[in-house]
Design a protein around this ligand. Structure first.
Ligand code: NAD
Length: 424
């Protein structure tokens, strides 16, 4: 495949600029009309709120909250809520745009959005987090809606926060609308299979790519960065398919074992160890920066953004990268990976399993009828395989890498929505 990438000399300090850089390349290659491009270069709604919260020490602390709706051309906007210290307007905007493209690639009837609160959830009590989540829900009461904007978990949030936000939204509206938020606990309208869905999508995409590369799952090794929701399920599901996981890591420690790591044991260890890997004995501890460049066939960055850069891309030994995280590769690293003929299944395809099962959750909430886990997984796997094939075919047709091909796949659908819905 030839390379169509952004200018490697151009630095992208802004994450949203990194999105625009790829968007522009894809738009040019597919001849996207300039009007449609202008619509998509500008998010449709940006909300910033201040959330004063009574902390456990009796003092008020003010937190910044965000929600950006990037597009609603294919349906109501959809996207997670992130709790992290580096949450800011630019990051939320980038993540919202990626959601538009991700939903379109996965063929879901959604636009894209993202939200976040600048906070360090690991240093907050459960009570403080509950008050913060409820305050955020109140401040976003006119943004969220079952047919308007539907949030979900992201980094630093889980079903627990979704339950608080749903409860607050229901109190405001005086009725139960479980479909206003996805990633909920099962007991209050969550979907079976949602918890593992993003990791499952990473697994399905990895197997689809390996097949194209004429490689078998039980002949390859993998390294997974991040051992939270996405990373731990991806590592578990890949190892269940026969892939030998030789490296894992989180923000506390990284490990390598060429003989293969017992992932069930690592998950069990983390569950009993405050959800972190520090102290795990099933592999040799290595430096954090060595993990991504260690020897493996498949690399799954599933922690945070901007970890594969022009500094380390040249040292990556994997033949295949499957992006579990959002934005793990900088635009400057793309041409280096392309030159090395490393196939990269991009985030907007590779981690779309989560939003796909969120969509199933929303459908089940609307119908008031709930599916078995097997039904969810079967429908999910089929949708992922179709999405992978569409992107692969566009990569071949447009003679480009999978990242730009995924943008083209998304833009082909969103363009129709923009044109059919028209303008004032
Ligand atoms: P999480 O909070 O459950 O886990 C994050 C993991 O990353 C943790 O293991 C943490 O220790 C690790 N980590 C944090 N900083 C690190 C560092 N500096 N070095 C190494 N590891 C580090 O989050 P998650 O839901 O698994 O999300 C991970 C990524 O996947 C994010 O980019 C998120 O946007 C993306 N994503 C998540 C979902 C989902 O359904 N949860 C869906 C699509 C995309």
């Amino acid at each position: 495949m030839s390379t169509h990438t952004v200018n490697a000399t151009q630095a992208h300090d802004s994450m949203f600029d990194a999105v625009l850089a790829r968007l522009d390349v894809a738009a040019k290659l597919m001849n996207l009309s300039d009007e449609v491009l202008q619509v998509l270069r500008n998010p449709s709604k940006q909300v910033k709120v201040s959330l004063p919260i009574m902390m456990d020490n009796g003092k008020i602390q003010v937190f910044e909250g965000y929600r950006t709706v990037h597009s609603t051309h294919l349906g109501p906007s959809k996207g997670g809520i992130r709790y992290a210290m580096d949450v800011n307007a630019d990051e939320v905007m980038a993540l919202a745009a990626w959601m538009s493209f991700k939903c379109a690639v996965a063929n879901l009837p959604y636009g894209g959005a993202k939200g976040g609160i600048k906070c360090e959830p690991r240093n907050m009590s459960v009570g403080e987090l509950e008050r913060l989540s409820r305050a955020y829900a109140v401040s976003m009461k006119d943004v969220f809606g079952v047919n308007r904007d539907i949030p979900a978990p992201d980094m630093g949030t889980s079903g627990r926060e979704m339950a608080w936000i749903l409860d607050e939204f229901n109190k405001i509206n005086g009725e139960d609308s479980p479909g206003v938020i996805t990633g909920k606990p099962i007991a209050i309208g969550g979907s079976l299979g949602r918890d593992a869905a993003t990791g499952r999508g990473v697994m399905v995409n990895t197997l689809a790519a390996l097949k194209k590369m004429n490689l078998k799952a039980n002949e390859v090794t993998a390294v997974v960065q991040g051992f939270g929701n996405v990373g731990s399920h991806a590592a578990r599901l890949l190892s269940e398919k026969g892939v030998k996981i030789v490296g894992i890591g989180d923000h506390t420690a990284s490990f390598y074992n060429e003989k293969g790591i017992d992932i069930a044991a690592a998950i069990d260890f983390a569950a009993k160890n405050n959800r972190v890997l520090k102290g795990f004995k099933g592999a040799t501890e290595i430096k954090a920066e060595e993990l991504l460049t260690s020897k493996c066939d498949v690399l799954v960055p599933a922690a945070l953004q901007n970890v594969i850069t022009e500094e380390n891309a040249g040292k990556i030994q994997a033949k295949l990268i499957v992006e579990g995280a959002n934005g793990p590769t900088t635009p400057e690293a793309d041409p280096i990976l392309n030159d090395k003929k490393i196939i990269c299944v991009p985030d907007i395809l590779a981690n779309s399993g989560g939003v796909t099962v969120s969509y199933f959750e929303w459908v089940q909430n609307k119908a008031g009828y709930y599916w078995t886990e097997e039904e969810v997984n079967t429908k999910h796997d089929l949708k992922m395989e179709i999405a992978f094939e569409a992107v692969w075919n566009n990569a071949t047709q447009f003679k480009t890498g999978m990242r730009i091909a995924a943008y083209i796949t998304a833009l082909q659908k969103i363009e129709q929505g923009v044109k059919l819905k028209g303008a004032y």
